[in-house]
Design a protein around this ligand. Structure first.
Ligand SMILES: Cc1ncc(COP(=O)(O)O)c(C=O)c1O
Length: 383
């Protein structure tokens, strides 16, 4: 009992989201009249589909009530259909749970499917909130380093010696922007099914893939847990809407938490989200816009930094800054102060040599990225 209590004191380990600190300083400089190029924010600058905006007008007066705790059934059906159209995977809508962003989804999964003190593996570098979710729900996060030497992918061999209950993989990834090979993802899904481990696949950047196909973990195992949402590809981060797909046996467990923690996901967002799933023409445009930005930024940044894996998806480039600095935090803040370009220091994403890396996000227009690159070039000439 005492051991369990101590595990919960890990809440003291919750770390700040450093990108927010960069953003806040950038905003302060803007208030002082400085022009800042934003390459720090992991949030699409594009609007949602015009069909979403039209639908808001149509349904805004019907949106004041709670919905079913698992989400509006038509939306759950539309999400299931999306898996058929996109991946040819047949999912029953009963297995789809609509959540308050994927962040809400992680809350349901971590609290309902794990016991206090159980180990859950994340990659380092990785999205920083995962380990903080683990702390909040009294789980023990275990970081497995990935890097150039592992092609920035987790494999079953790396998990073999860890007494884990579950693990999580992100593809396309934040912060690296790489995409897991089909065989690696399949290997992980099969390993988890054989060993009875919980495999969570964070697929929130699906759709934002430029040079390689993405595969859902559900292609390889019905036991896999998929997390996805409307914040990235669908350009609706403020709508706070996501979904999880779980084996049927877990639905009720997650529902009990969902009823208590959230009552229901946001109603207006649910009513309009079906339009976002359907508007394929707009989604195509979104992908093309980010592809063009990726092509431009990668071609310029690779002349200035060592970029170990080509950016294949999401909207990030992970760059090694060793030739300029071994302190990514200082480097990023100095770039902000002196060049007026906001980027995210690698240390936001873990401890695995992350002092030697920074993350560039291509979430600003091509014109602004071009301005940013010119400023970065003149900033680096001082080193
Ligand atoms: C990898 C990853 N997963 C999940 C999220 C959370 O997104 P949301 O709660 O908006 O769905 C983010 C946000 O940046 C992310 O980068």
């Amino acid at each position: 009992m005492r051991g369990k209590k101590e595990k919960c004191f890990q809440r003291g380990e919750i770390t700040p989201f450093i990108v927010m600190e960069i953003l806040e300083r950038a905003k302060e400089l803007e208030r002082q009249g400085r022009d800042i190029v934003h390459m720090e924010i992991g949030e699409s600058d594009l609007p949602p589909s015009p069909r979403v905006l039209e639908k808001i007008e149509e349904v805004k007066h019907q949106a004041n009530r709670y919905t079913h705790s698992l989400g509006i059934f038509e939306l759950r059906e539309a999400i299931a259909h999306y898996y058929w159209e996109t991946y040819k995977v047949d999912i029953s809508p009963d297995r789809v749970i609509v959540t308050t962003g994927t962040s809400g989804g992680f809350s349901l999964i971590f609290s309902a499917l794990f016991e206090v003190g159980e180990k859950i593996v994340f990659t380092d570098p990785g999205y920083p909130c995962y380990k903080n979710f683990a702390h909040i729900y009294c789980l023990e996060p275990v970081s497995v380093p990935i890097g150039r030497y592992t092609n920035y992918q987790l494999t079953p061999e790396m998990l073999e010696d860890i007494d884990l209950s579950g693990f999580l993989v992100t593809s396309p990834s934040n912060p690296v922007g790489n995409i897991y090979d089909r065989e690696t993802l399949k290997g992980l899904a099969q390993w988890a099914a054989e060993k009875g481990k919980i495999f969570i696949s964070d697929e929130i950047y699906h759709g934002l893939n430029y040079s390689k196909a993405v595969h859902t973990a559900l292609e390889f195992s019905d036991e896999a847990i998929v997390v996805n949402g409307f914040s990235k590809y669908f350009c609706m981060p403020g709508f706070r809407l996501g979904w999880v797909i779980v084996p049927k046996k877990f639905v009720r467990k997650l529902q009990l938490v969902a009823q208590n923690l959230f009552i229901s996901p946001p109603t207006l967002s649910q009513l309009v989200a079906i339009e976002a799933l359907k508007d394929k023409t707009y989604l195509q445009k979104v992908r093309e816009t980010f592809r063009q930005r990726r092509d431009y930024l990668y071609s310029e940044l690779r002349k200035l930094f060592d970029i170990e894996v080509p950016p294949e998806g999401a909207f990030y480039i992970w760059a090694n800054i060793e030739r300029y600095s071994n302190d990514s935090f200082k480097f990023a803040f100095r770039m902000l102060e002196e060049a007026g370009v906001a980027i995210t220091p690698g240390v936001d994403f873990g401890k695995n040599n992350t002092n030697l890396y920074v993350r560039f996000a291509y979430t600003s227009s091509l014109e602004r990225l071009k301005e940013g690159v010119e400023r970065i070039k003149s900033f680096l000439s001082k080193f």
